[in-house]
Design a binder for this molecule. Structure first.
Ligand SMILES: NC(=O)c1ccc[n+]([C@@H]2O[C@H](COP(=O)([O-])OP(=O)(O)OC[C@H]3O[C@@H](n4cnc5c(N)ncnc54)[C@H](OP(=O)(O)O)[C@@H]3O)[C@@H](O)[C@H]2O)c1
Length: 325
């Protein structure tokens, strides 16, 4: 069978679905490798390159090798450009995380830098391809986190309903316990939900808000201590955290140096004035402004800037614009 001929129920699998299967398999494998170092670092695929945990160690037609310095390396590159682009974008996230948390944040913003109108309307800044990307990011994460305003304004479900994959644990920041119990994350039972608040807001014997578990945290300078938050999430086994907004929350993680990757999707939209995306301390000299290593991915009419914040802040290394569906 040729590489492009993977079939399910007699129907050929499109390149996108095939790539997503590979990505999910490698993400799951990385999770198991992190908790059990006896797992071999080579993963074999079936004839179509889709890794199957049951086939680990078999000589495969197309196998994947985990190299700590390079990430996942395929013995044979994907021939289909759609499959190649999806693997390029997501495989750097499918890594074993042994210590602490690996944190990626995302914002979808207009050309003029806003993530919502002034009254908080953000449905939708970016197009359907970027929205599907968000669902994929959730599926690759152990926890998806949003700030108080986002939970209140959007009443998001934070599930993976647009793609195959498990729902992550939902982590809602609500320092002052301002959010109402009617919100969907507290009532729908679609996934485990943690409500993170100032520990002074926790009352003995009351450890639930709706279906969510309440986690009390220390504060620093009147804000939730995000380092303590990540330590708590790691203790709970949540090591891949996806911060999905809003601007204040992503900015706080970035300013605290807690982000490994920052993804900004820019949509061809002009809002005029509205809720800003990033708000970070401003350097006096342009030469001191960070220029992270960046990769660009096209998502329909939107452009995703995928910044690797752990590879230093050097002159931007631009890779050619690639296409994601
Ligand atoms: N386009 C997108 O990608 C996207 C994504 C998500 C949301 N949104 C939109 O964005 C809007 C919400 O974003 P937002 O930026 O206003 O709010 P947010 O990040 O969702 O939540 C803001 C909360 O974070 C806390 N906060 C504020 N400054 C902080 C700081 N410096 N450090 C730590 N915590 C801080 C405050 O809570 P405490 O004072 O209680 O600590 C504040 O209420 C909504 O309109 C939503 O629809 C857009």
């Amino acid at each position: 069978m040729a590489c492009g001929d993977t079939v399910e129920h007699g129907v050929p699998l499109p390149a996108e679905a095939r790539a997503w299967r590979v990505i999910r398999a490698l993400a799951g494998y990385a999770r198991r490798t992190a908790t059990d170092p006896r797992h071999p670092s080579r993963l074999c695929g079936d004839a179509d390159g889709i890794p199957d945990a049951l086939r680990v160690g078999d000589p495969g037609n197309r196998h994947w090798t985990w190299r700590p310095d390079q990430g996942w390396v395929a013995a044979r590159p994907a021939a289909d450009p759609v499959e190649r682009d999806l693997l390029d974008l997501y495989l750097p996230l499918c890594v074993p995380v042994v210590d602490g948390c690996r944190v990626t944040a995302h914002l979808g913003q207009s050309l003029d830098g806003y993530i919502a109108t002034a009254n908080g309307d953000s449905c939708f800044v970016t197009g359907p391809d970027n929205i599907r990307h968000l669902h994929r990011m959730r599926a690759l994460s152990d926890g998806v986190l949003v700030g108080t305003e986002t939970a209140a304004r959007d009443d998001p479900r934070l599930t993976t309903r647009l793609v195959p994959g498990a729902n992550p644990v939902r982590v809602i920041l609500d320092r002052q316990r301002r959010l109402g119990s009617h919100l969907r994350v507290f009532t729908d039972g679609a996934a485990v939900t943690l409500l993170c608040c100032d520990r002074a807001q926790v009352t003995a014997g009351h450890d639930r808000q709706g279906q969510a578990r309440i986690i009390g945290l220390p504060t620093r300078d009147g804000r939730l201590d995000l380092t303590a938050l990540l330590e708590t999430l790691a203790e709970l086994g949540l090591r891949r955290i996806f911060v999905e907004g809003g601007g204040a929350t992503v900015s706080a993680f970035l300013t605290a140096g807690l982000l490994d990757r920052l993804q900004i999707a820019v949509a061809p939209l002009l809002i005029g004035t509205g809720r800003p995306g990033l708000r970070i301390p401003a350097p006096e000299r342009l030469a001191d402004a960070p220029r992270p290593v960046v990769r660009l991915f096209r998502m329909g009419a939107d452009l995703l800037y995928d910044l690797d914040l752990r590879r230093g802040s050097t002159a931007a290394l631009l890779t050619p614009v690639t296409r994601i569906l």
